[in-house]
Structures are given as structure tokens and as C-alpha cells.
Design a binder for this molecule. Sequence first.
Ligand code: 6PG
Length: 450
Amino acid sequence: MNSWGIIGIGRIGLSMARNMSSKGITVSLYDKAYEKKTNLIFEEKELYSELNKASFFIDISSFIKSIEKPRKVLILVPAGEPTDHVINNLLDILDEDDIIIDAGNTNPVVSFNNKLKIQKNKMLYLGIGVSGGTEGVLRGPSIMIGGHEAAFNKVKDDLSIITSKTIKNTSSFDFFGDTNQGHFVKMVHNGIEYVEMQLIASIYELLINSNNYKNQEIADIFDEWNSTELKSYLLEISIKQILQKIDDKYLIKKIDDEAGDNGTGRWMLNYGIELGSPLSMLSSAMDTRFISRFKTLRKEISEMTNQRSKRYTIDINSLKKAYQFCRHINFIQAFCLINASNKKYGWNISISKALNVWSNGSIIKSSQINDLYFNYSVENILSDKKIIKDLNEYKPDIINVILISLKNDISIPCFGEALNYFNSISSNSLSTKMIQAQRNFFGSHDIKIN
Ligand code: 6PG
């Protein structure tokens, strides 16, 4: 008998199976594809020596029978319909007290309903967000957990073996609440990730279009930043991608600019709307991915628009501070969403706990996370004098950078949104005075006169 079962041996499932096996955790593996292509099992066994100790199954019922009770079944098939299908199937074949663990990027709303459904069948549920990508999951992912605490207590020892060590020297996983909070915290992680990615992409765009910097020089600038408080996994991989070549040409020049997404950013925006919590930076990052998909239209319009040849100078130190400004606002908006959801849903998600879990193994691991964790009042970030002082200090630089982008027709998504947010949140007299006056005129809404 094995102590865990994993369903879905794709990229991430394979890394997870290898990680667990290499740590001496016995695993049973099942993938629908094995039913049709049994040679996949031999290929995987051959490629990865750790998997010699794992048991592979081509039918789900013998897979289930091979797991110790109460069974721990980890689902790593794509989120959405494939996961729903697996969960419904498991409800028919598992026994009472078995634990169903959804480790995909599942919409927290769906995760909430899944918990109820699984509970109704007298089984236990864990909705867990797993960050790290193929490599991170293999070496020690960051895991955000929600669901039945009794189930969490049964898996935590094994999780402490397969995860990384955090800034607090704990293992990079934690329990965030008794329902869908694991998937919620992962969704917020992804929202932060999307904005971070866009900020780096915007900076690259501004630099390369200036015609003053070549790829190697931009990589050198990023490399220098990466040796300071700006260090992050995303910056590190961006340096590698900037220098990556394909057929002797830079990949970044040849790569198609249509960007995909798996939905987590959209769900987070929905939460922001539902809770009235501004997420303008994420909205801009998502809009940029959406606009990227209007490929033909963009080409047509670009042919009707004056494309001036460009050459401009950028103060790299100013750019660095503008980047720091934006990164602060990104976390502020994400933290405020967590606070708003705690309030609305009666949750108790601790922001510092989330930062600790994200500090190693995750895609957003960075020196900034460590800095926020140790040096700022993250649970109540907008009351933190230090962050406001930083933002005031960096503000002239972000204005400079935005001005350069505007004068040269370079779109640098997320920068304007960060500045606008700060200008609004730091103002005690907003344009909404006029909104109230207009609403009062045509809708006879109540207005407050000070
Ligand atoms: C992680 C990532 C991962 C996510 C990819 C792709 O933490 O390991 O967040 O879960 O699936 O980053 O996301 P998009 O396809 O939406 O860019």
C-alpha cells in the first residue's frame, strides 16, 4: 500500500511525484493518458530514477485500492472541467474519511462549492494552491491550504518534507482557513505575479524602444537590480529570457506577443469588483494580455497610425525607483483585497502568513516579500508610515518615467495605474464630488453636504 495517490501526471504532477518519491513518500500514480498509452509509464520510469519506487496504474479502481486508508488523493489535472470530472468520479469510488485534495488553480468560488459537495459525501476536502512551476514543485513548492483542518493535520508532516524553508525557517506551506481560502490565497499570489510580470515587461519595452539599450545591456541593468533589494525570481528568469536566442536571433524579438492566461487574474478582478476593492494594476496587466490577442486589428491600426522613429534617454536610477513605487502599490492593492475578503466573508487570512509561505518556492519569491514581512505593518499596510514615505520619495521618478513613455508613444501598462491610485488614495478631495453632484441632479440621490 502507498501513502498518497496522485491523479494527473502532467508537467506539475510529474514534478510532484518525483519530489514525493525522492523524499521516501510512497505514491500511486494514475493518469487518464496511461489507459491509452501504457508506454508513457515506462518512459517516465526510465527518465526519472526516483519514480522507480512509485506505482503506476492504468485503471482508477486498482489505483484507489493501492492507497492506505484514509486515502490522500491529490488531483493535479487542469482546473475547471477536468478537475470537476475527477472529483465527481472520486465521490463514487472513495470511502468515508478519505481526503480529496484539489491542487489546481481552481476558482475559489468553485472550491467553496466543492468543499460542501465532498463534505456531504462524508469525505474530507483540501483546496490547495501550489506555486513554483515545474522546477519549484520538484525542489520544494510554496503551498497555500484551505479546507477541513482534520485533513490538513493528516497531510502536514508529509508537506513539511516536500516544501522549502521560508524566511521564518518554517516549511513553505500553511493553512489559511476551513473552506476555499487556500485557492483564494493562490489566486491573490497569481494576481501579484501577473502585475510583477507586466512591470518587468513594461520596463523592457521602454528600454528597448529607446534605441539606447540592446538586449545585453538591459540584461546587465536587470542583473544589477537583481543584486539589490529588487531581487526576485521573476526578474531573474526575465534576464535569462532576454538573452535567450533561437536560430541566432533573440527569442524575445521572434516570439509571438499574444499572451494567454489561466483565469486566476480574472477571478481576482471579480473579487475586487464584488468587494469594492481597487485592483487597477491587475486590471491593466490583464487588459494588456487581452489587447495582445487582437493581433490582426492591432496590425491594421498600427498601419493607420504615425509610428515615429524613437531615440530617448532614460535615467536608470529613476526607472528603478519608479519600479519600486509600482511594486509597492501592487502589494498594497493585493493586501487590501485580502483585508476586504476577511471582513466580508468572516475569514482570518493572515497577510504575514501568506508572505511567509510565498517567501520561498513560489513564483513571486523576492527580497521585497522579505522586506515587507520584516519591516512593514502588512496587515494594515495603508496605515504604515514607512510605505507612504517610500511612495512619496519615489513619486517624482514615476512621474518622470511616465512622461517619457507618453512623449514617445510607448505603452507601459501598470505604471500610470500605480501613480493614479496613489494620487487618489492620498487625496482628501476627489473628483467624486462632481459624481455625487451629477447623481443628485438626475437620480435625486441623497448627497451629504459638509
Ligand atoms: C505558479 C503559477 C502557476 C500559473 C502560471 C500560469 O505559482 O506556479 O502561478 O500556477 O499557472 O503562472 O499562469 P497564466 O497562464 O495565467 O499566466
